[in-house]
Design a protein around this ligand. Structure first.
Ligand code: FAD
Length: 330
């Protein structure tokens, strides 16, 4: 059954996020060959390249909300833009990234349109008929729920970054990126808050949630300086550094790196846990990673229970050896 799908193509720091392309890929598959995929770009000073990138990857129509009120993220402003796109497109489904903004906007839109909402989807499967099953992890990945959505109501779906295949250039197929670009006409609401300034941490690294490789350190790293070998390994692999809460609590690294139940959820291709015991609260943030490597000097550490590869040893010996080997093999 052909469907009309709308994708919220999230931008950050003036660039489209990778999860926008992952949502677009899912939208193209959900829409079907004869369906239509629309994307909405919201921001201030949107460049034509972003719309072109979405068109080349399968968006039939790109709707642009370009307004000063969208210069910094404010939920009321972005919600108004999404609402305008929903009214213009009347989609069967809206897809967003399961990001901080997506998690905030999706339930608002669902409530406003009486839509069914499924959050944190990691896979979309056929249901044997016309519909789709949306798979989401529960209980820190110990169980999976397959949820279908009632026909006749719109759906609002958030997709977890790094799980669904992204739309690639050329996915427009016969459409060959020939879709249209339309300006959304709507009345931006008055802003209830104003961003007066943003303090950026120096030496920003790859976004943890979107990194293909994450090298994480725990209490076993022992100090801030102890993270340096992990940073070298992450750099060699083109990845990002994460941490357990114990490492953050001890002041070895910033809380922005915390992975787990009360930190970030990551699903990289490769997760390397160094000096991390494998507490359930940590697993909640990384157990869905494709391949898990654990380095721990305690052979009975619970992390080995979910690791694909385990190295029993001192991380300060193993991590530099791994880094050297990776650099040498280039
Ligand atoms: P530890 O459990 O102390 O493990 C350190 C490991 O390092 C040990 O296994 C040890 O064998 C190994 N080790 C030591 N030295 C070396 C060495 N030289 N080489 C190799 N291995 C070595 N935790 C999170 O991570 N994220 C969360 O979001 C989170 N949320 C929480 C929420 C709540 C409500 C609660 C109660 C707890 C939460 N925690 C969270 C904390 C969690 O329960 C654990 O305390 C924490 O994950 C332990 O971190 P760790 O594995 O680094 O430390």
């Amino acid at each position: 059954m052909p469907r009309t799908i709308l994708v919220y193509a999230e931008r950050r720091d003036g660039q489209l996020r990778r999860v926008a392309f992952e949502a677009l890929g899912a939208a193209r598959r959900l829409a079907g060959e004869d369906g239509a995929v629309h994307a909405v770009l919201a921001g201030s000073g949107i460049v034509a390249d972003d719309a072109a990138a979405l068109q080349a990857r399968g968006a039939d129509v790109v709707h642009i909300a370009d307004d000063p009120s969208l210069g910094s993220y404010a939920p009321e402003a972005y919600f108004a833009a999404l609402r305008a796109a929903m009214d213009a497109v009347r989609p069967d489904a809206l897809l967003l990234g399961h990001t901080a903004a997506g998690r905030e906007l999706a339930p608002r839109v669902a409530a406003a349109y009486g839509a069914g909402h499924v959050a944190d989807v990691i896979a979309i499967e056929p249901d044997g008929g016309d519909g789709a099953l949306f798979v989401r992890p529960l209980y820190a990945g110990k169980a999976f729920e397959r949820r279908s959505l009632a026909a006749g109501h719109p759906w609002v779906i958030t997709v977890r970054p790094n799980n669904l295949p992204p739309a690639e250039p050329g996915d427009a197929g016969g459409r060959s990126g020939s879709g249209s670009v339309q300006a959304l006409v709507y009345a931006p609401p008055p802003l209830l808050t104003a961003v007066r300034g943003v303090l950026r941490r120096a030496g920003g690294q790859l976004d943890l949630a979107e990194a293909d490789v994450v090298v994480s350190g725990g209490r076993g790293v022992r100090s801030a300086a102890g993270f340096e070998p992990l940073q070298a390994l992450a750099a060699a692999l083109g990845g990002a550094v994460g941490a357990s809460r114990a490492a953050c609590d001890a002041g070895y690294c910033d809380y922005a790196l915390q992975i787990g139940q009360t930190g970030k959820v990551v699903t990289p291709q490769l997760y390397i846990a160094c000096g991390i015991s494998g507490a359930i609260q940590h697993l909640a943030g990384m157990s869905q990673s494709r391949t898990i490597v654990a380095i721990n000097k305690d052979p009975d550490a619970p992390i080995f229970g979910i690791a694909d590869y385990g190295i029993v040893g001192d991380l300060f010996e193993v991590v530099p050896l791994l880094t050297d080997e990776i650099l040498r093999s280039r």
